[in-house]
Design a binder for this molecule. Structure first.
Ligand SMILES: [Zn+2]
Length: 232
């Protein structure tokens, strides 16, 4: 299901959802890599940094991050941000810092993002913001509807918190189905399954009520149907 970008023509013609400032207006724009490069060229050094957020995990960091580069990076997988406004956009959207490339340790990070983080999360330092006990990996936080309006595609998978119950997973599934009938794989991050890209599917056991229902009603019903078939 994961889409690989095969040719340079392909990657240059496709548009990335990008938080950027164009003609003084900051927002989420569908931009080609050419347009992104030209905006960066026109910006002063400090305002041209490119940031990359990954939809499947809700984590953002450097586009050169090794852990971020393990999976395909097509426009349906990432949201980009250009410069300080782009960084604010990603933070405001609910992306959290990558634990490998640690964007929160970039000099000046708190000057740019501190107000947004205090207002949105009530957290007072970049350490608190990066602490996954405060803000766990959870892509459900992201404005997926807004991003989908730009990309027209969902990522191929989402890594959700491992301890969700089946209703929470079902809620998220329904939210996604409103956007696309191509449902991404849903699971949680599991270090023991490298063969599936560390994605483990959720397995929910039937509730006690459902088990009773099956025992009392459903199983006898099936047996009855089978008996009738045998007679006919
Ligand atoms: Zn990273």
């Amino acid at each position: 299901m994961a889409e690989k970008l095969s040719s340079s023509e392909n990657i240059f013609s496709r548009r990335f959802a990008t938080y950027a400032t164009i003609d003084g207006h900051t927002g989420l724009y569908p931009l080609s890599l050419r347009e992104i490069n030209s905006i960066r060229k026109d910006s002063p050094n400090t305002a041209s940094t490119l940031w990359s957020g990954r939809l499947s995990t809700g984590v953002f960091g450097s586009p050169h991050c090794e852990s971020g580069n393990k999976a395909p990076k097509g426009p349906d997988q990432v949201v980009l941000g250009i410069g300080n406004k782009g960084l604010q956009g990603l933070v405001e959207a609910g992306f959290t810092p990558c634990p490998d490339c640690n964007p929160e340790e970039t000099p000046g990070f708190w000057n740019v993002t501190g107000d947004v983080i205090r207002q949105r999360w009530g957290l007072l330092t970049e350490e608190a913001y990066a602490d996954k006990d405060n803000l766990p990996f959870d892509p459900r936080r992201l404005p997926l509807e807004e991003i989908f309006a730009v990309t027209g595609k969902l990522p191929d998978r989402f890594y959700l918190p491992e301890l969700l119950d089946e209703y929470e997973v079902q809620d998220f599934r329904e939210r996604l189905l409103k956007l696309s009938d191509q449902l991404p794989d849903l699971g949680y991050f599991n270090f023991d399954s490298p063969e599936t890209g560390y994605l483990s599917p959720f397995k929910f056991e039937d509730s006690v009520e459902m088990q009773e229902l099956k025992e009392k009603i459903w199983t006898p019903f099936l047996e009855e149907v089978q008996e009738q078939r045998a007679w006919n």
